[in-house]
Design a binder for this molecule. Sequence first.
Ligand code: NOJ
Length: 529
Amino acid sequence: MTEWWKSSIIYQVYPRSFQDTDGDGVGDLEGVRRRLGHLVDLGVDAVWLSPIFVSPMRDFGYDIADYTAIDRVFGTMEDFDRLLADAHGRGLKLILDLVPNHTSDRHRWFGESRTGRDSPKRDWYIWRDPAPDGGPPTNWMSEFGGSAWEFDDATGQYYYHAFLASQPDLNWRNPEVRAAMRDVMRFWLDRGVDGFRIDVLWHLMKDDQFRDNPENPYWQEGDSPIARLIPLYTTDLPEMEDIVRELRRTVAAYDDRVLIGEIYLPHDRLARYYGHELEGIHLPFNFALIDAPWHARKIEALVADYEASLPEGGWPNWVTGNHDKPRIATRVGPDQARVAAMLLLTLRGTPTVYYGEELGMENVPIEDRDALDPFARRVPGHGHGRDGARTPMRWEDGPNAGFTTGRPWLPVGEHPVTVAMQRDDPKSILSLYRRLIALRRAHPALSVGGYRPLFAEGDLLLYARESGEERFLVALNLGPDPISASLEALGLSGTLRVSATGDRESERVVDVVDLRGGEGVVIELDGPI
Ligand code: NOJ
């Protein structure tokens, strides 16, 4: 039997921004529960929630002060249990965010660790003496700018933080830390969650000899300061193999759970997180489409490169956006957002949809000086701000697009798209998502079938998906001008099943497929290729 996460579509909810029900301007678990109907209508299979745990919210929940309690802003454990039960009742899986690399500095573990050099929890974090000149022990930099070392006056040592100083890194070389994190996983697995998306998985291990990271020879004045060093000794260490196996063993003790890894690495290195014998992460996130150059040959090449990198039996996955990156509709434009949806939902592998993508939601412009995001505040002027992609979901006309009766924590923006407006409009992007998802669910060729590249030139990208007797052709126009694609040479004919704007379904296609600017189509073929 195919594992559920292979044929599934995952939907990322950023809980602060999905639906507020208590009027505080921040979304909550009860809000997610009330909106499950939207996800069922859309046809997705699994919901991944960004962190919902107790947190001082310096990094909006990715700084956890208690891994096994719900933050008040999101509700209570009862709310969580109700959400989980309702999701399961509606046939949806629920995936939580696991943040094992670092805690908040308000976590009890760190509180104990910083009490003194002889604290039993001292070695749970990464403490080092100052360099001989009194400065930081190494040149390691924080992803959020500046040194990754913070000096602690009371104990005279530095601690390491890959992100904010208020997010100290745990020491994954310490078996007690690993055991504690296994307990966290079991706590939620026992409650019934269907798996985890693991935050910054490739960061977990750091060099035990504390060598300086090399300078990046390509860095230039004006580039983001965090690109100055190559993170050779702080990320993607060989020791990760062991850790990944251990994480997998923990979920393998339960039926049918999934591990998804957040990993920003080139494909060949990403592939190692599956494990040699697939004993690692089920789905190491593949972010290649997020910043892919929008050219047919480039996209075909990146798909080929990714496919070729996969270990035997390793299952692919695709992502067009998340809470850390500019929204796809802003990056490629509203027309191409439809083409991006077609790619995401017709390539081989599990797709993850970021909330609002199904509406074509765009980034809401937020200047760095108004930013709430700590990344934008600490490294302004380099386009790192993430608030614009995290703005509230737009449900309906009316105040705050139906997100809150209070003052939204981020602006809802002016872009006039809502679920209510698009739901019954066959030409809407929401309808396109629904049609693509329904087609994918109905046809193994599209969900679990093979991928075959056919043609890529200029703005035209053609590929096929096939399984048994089923064959589909995907034809995408990545530019604004009309294109005619000749199928004669390929000897293909078929029936159009999905078009980007919903007005060509059932059209017969013989010899030639005509695509309007920004149009994509999925054609069910009559016979073999
Ligand atoms: C990755 C998360 O996706 C991002 O939002 C967060 O800031 C960093 N991890 C640090 O936890």
